[in-house]
Design a protein around this ligand. Structure first.
Ligand SMILES: Nc1nc2c(c(=O)[nH]1)N[C@H]1C(S)=C(S)[C@@H](COP(=O)(O)O)O[C@H]1N2
Ligand SMILES: [Mo]
Length: 335
């Protein structure tokens, strides 16, 4: 967010568009992983990462490194695809989606950029994940994420992703509609906003101590009507498997009509409010990151145009679409 990083064309990898069904071909993924894992092992970065090649048929086989689990989780992945949410572009390559990330909690040196976050997440402990629910709702308290997932059920959706820094992807998320969770928690009529907060663990997230100038913890918020919109999605999985840590394991928000920074990762707290709360980027740099942050080609970022976006998959530039192409579903929220 603080700096714009224009992706260079990949030099070390074959440029190829991935057909939307290719990721289900586990042999293909395994081939990609073998290369990745070998590189990581050689660099000694994933000291705690075991060779998972013998588990490749189960959802615990790794696109990235993860450890969240609960009884029965394996049977939930891959979830059935909800075909109401289709793409106008090829799905991004699993390698790109798990190696080109924004997760500031894990950036701990000036030299690091978003292409190296995956190297620093292995210490992130996502076992026994608890989500705290607070504020103006009937069901508040602490919930085991596994219990919530079992209660909500899972489906897969293909969504476009557009970072405020102008890079874009197309990602198959697994999860459930935010509205289903909100209804389950029974908010009071006076609720106007939902506030969400990321894990703040200074030992595991070295970026927090390194970047002392940011207002930790990472916080985002939506208006209640936005959170209830059918597109707002709580993701627990990616490419038919549980989320990898660098993508916000074990549970994150996905709001594809807004710039990526609204889609908060690794959520530990959800709060129902009757006012608009402060949010991380809006508080840190209000002139650059608005509260709503709806994708809009006609509103430039103060330091760059938003008229086009760059597909990470191949470096292709495309015209940015208002509401990231989801206007038919969300434009009425802003009339
Ligand atoms: N907690 C937290 N959530 C976050 C971020 C972050 O730095 N910390 N980065 C955001 C930004 S700017 C983007 S573009 C997306 C990136 O998600 P991805 O890495 O899964 O593509 O996560 C968003 N959620
Ligand atoms: Mo972003």
């Amino acid at each position: 967010m603080a700096k714009i990083i224009i992706p260079k064309p990949w030099e070390d990898r074959e440029l190829r568009a991935v057909d939307e069904h290719v990721y289900l071909n586990r042999r293909e993924i395994l081939r990609d992983l073998a290369v990745t894992t070998a590189g990581l092992m050689a660099g000694g970065m994933f000291a705690s990462c075991t060779d998972d090649s013998d588990q490749v048929d189960g959802p615990t086989s790794s696109i990235g490194d993860r450890n969240f689990t609960f009884p029965g989780m394996d049977s939930l992945y891959p979830a059935d695809r909800n075909s109401n949410y289709d793409l106008d572009r090829p799905m991004s390559d699993p390698y790109d989606v798990t190696h080109y990330n924004n997760f500031y909690e894990f950036i701990h040196s000036n030299d690091e950029d978003i292409k190296s976050i995956y190297k620093y997440v292995s210490v992130f402990d996502t076992r026994d994940w608890i989500v705290q629910v607070a504020g103006l709702a009937k069901r508040t308290g602490t919930f085991h994420l596994g219990d919530l997932i079992a209660e909500m059920g899972l489906e897969e959706r293909l969504y476009r992703h557009r970072c405020v820094e102008a890079w874009a992807m197309a990602v198959p998320w697994t999860g459930f509609p935010f509205s289903r969770l909100i209804q389950f928690l029974e908010p009071e009529d006076t609720v106007t906003h939902l506030r969400m907060q990321t894990m703040e663990n200074r030992e595991q997230m070295q970026g927090i101590d390194y970047q002392t100038w940011w207002p930790w913890p990472y916080v985002e918020a939506l208006r209640i009507e936005e959170a209830m919109n059918e597109l707002a999605f709580i993701a627990t999985g990616l490419f038919g498997k549980p989320l990898s840590k660098q993508n916000g394991a074990p549970v994150r928000l996905v709001v594809p009509w807004k710039y990526g920074f609204k889609s908060i990762k690794s959520i530990v707290k959800i709060e129902f409010l009757d006012h608009q709360p402060e949010t991380f980027w809006n508080k840190a740099v209000p002139a650059e990151y608005g509260f709503l942050a709806n994708v809009d080609p006609s509103v430039p970022h103060p330091r760059w145009s938003q008229e086009t976006e760059i597909m990470i998959i191949d470096g292709e530039r495309r015209a940015t679409q208002k509401y990231n192409g989801y206007g038919a579903l969300v434009a009425h929220l802003y009339e």
